[in-house]
Design a protein around this ligand. Structure first.
Ligand code: ATP
Ligand code: ATP
Ligand code: MG
Ligand code: MG
Lengths: 259, 259
């Protein structure tokens, strides 16, 4: 099983949209794919019509010691979502308390990695959707994944935030055995504005081959898809947004376009 | 001093843009205004060209007990930003560790409220920019403010997230003396799309008078303003985005348009 994380501490840059879109494309290509919602706000969970406040098993239960009340067995956590071949580990709002509860306790950074190892035979890919905050959940994702996808809006402030992300990765990277390959994906790109083109140029100039060679354009059909609770590549594979994510997936699978 | 917080656990909905725009409008109207960056990612701090990773006093220091290394005196924290009459309490990335450090320690929810009380004679308004995560920093903001502004993108998923925000407020509200008045501000509204109009209608149908009567339209000039490190109402007061925030401020000051 290949584990990819999608993360950026900046909010609203297309993390969840990226996880949903790539997940659906992988499932349509016949790969058994698991989506994991690590955001206590539960955007990915809500996207597929499930309630992050409902009772029942969620990623939160993975952080409860086995045998205790509320502990979750990773083998019984997945719920099927559309399209066929795609499954989801739900988030719950209780996850917002994890940082406070676990505090500085040792060894809580590998919970997710161990849980994913327990289901590694069932899936070909696992995509981790991270919250917009550096905390225990993002640390778990960075420790569990073998590749990181960083969506970045092509606008000036977002570039400044990326430098901080880079330092976070260096910090977390020290506790991994091998450096974590990561790719920057320009998202919400608006061709019509000068500011968008300038930001994209600055991104390529600053990060070179680490930036994917394409862009994910602004496509209002993403909103229609989220309203329908379906991935855009599933309901409109020829839409501009779907085509862009399909091109990204092709490059990721071919190992192109990232350092 | 009037204290307003700007919060939404959903990322990228225009929280920072709202704080910057209202702050600049208040300063231009002659009100002494303090902006407080509560986001460890430091978007508001970076907006005004300051580095959230730089050493030096920041909001983090308010959570360090007085007398200890790194403690900050609220009276010495503000840095002036443009336009004249606007000041900033900087964020630092170290704030991302506060939840883990403070854990379940009692009484850490009133740190900000006490710090703002120490400077209440110096400002007419304080605007608190919250991170996209329910943690100790947002809890402090909700305990310190007397009014809450919740920017909501006019798209379907954002509406689902608002129900969770409503429950969070009810939860936090129990520890306040008086219920917290809050207003929903539709942001990033795109008149051209059907999905935008439908989401706005659904928002008004569901939340009625709690939704501000206007909308903040998508305006690409916000990006140009952030590139220049200036508030849009300061550099282009006649731009659509500036006019919308000016109309919002007028209603907020007149007590109109919110329950
Ligand atoms: N390429 C795109 N074109 C148009 N709209 C998009 C695009 N990508 C994402 N969106 C929209 O932008 C908003 C933010 O996207 P999304 O929720 O995926 O970001 P996020 O980074 O996961 O946010 P958060 O920080 O809250 O987790 C959503 O309304 C989504 O529908
Ligand atoms: N009305 C608008 N029109 C066009 N662009 C906007 C508008 N409001 C905000 N933006 C842009 O959208 C992006 C997100 O805005 P902003 O950073 O203010 O959101 P936020 O809610 O503070 O995000 P975070 O969750 O990361 O704190 C920024 O690039 C900003 O320039
Ligand atoms: Mg998300
Ligand atoms: Mg912000």
């Amino acid at each position: 099983m290949r584990v990819w994380a999608v993360a950026n501490q900046k909010g609203g840059v297309g993390k969840t949209t990226t996880a949903v879109s790539l997940g659906a494309l992988l499932a349509r290509a016949g790969c058994r794919t698991l989506l994991v919602d690590l955001d206590p706000h539960g955007s990915l969970t809500a996207y597929f019509g499930r309630d992050p406040e409902a009772a029942g098993a969620s990623v939160y239960g993975l952080f409860v010691p086995p045998g205790e009340q509320g502990a979750a067995d990773p083998r019984g956590l997945a719920v099927p979502v559309a399209p066929e071949g795609l499954a989801l580990w739900r988030a719950s709002t209780a996850m917002a308390t994890l940082d406070r509860q676990l505090g500085a306790r040792e060894g809580m950074g590998l919970v997710l990695r161990r849980a994913l190892a327990a289901v590694a035979d069932r899936y070909d890919y696992a995509l981790l959707d991270c919250p917009p905050m550096l905390g225990i959940l993002m640390v778990n994702a960075l420790a569990a994944c073998e590749r990181l996808i960083v969506p970045v809006q092509t606008e000036h402030l977002a570039l400044k935030g990326l430098e901080r992300m880079e330092r976070t990765l260096a910090m977390v990277g020290r506790s991994r055995r091998a450096p974590l390959p990561w790719v920057i994906v320009p998202t919400l790109h608006d061709r019509r504005t000068r500011a968008g083109a300038q930001a994209l140029e600055a991104l390529r100039a600053r990060y070179g081959p680490r930036v994917w060679r394409g862009v994910i354009p602004v496509d209002t059909r993403f909103r229609e898809a989220s309203r329908a609770g379906r991935a855009l590549p599933e309901i409109a594979p020829m839409a501009r947004g779907s085509q862009a994510y399909a091109a990204l997936l092709e490059d990721l699978l071919a190992g192109r376009g990232q350092a």
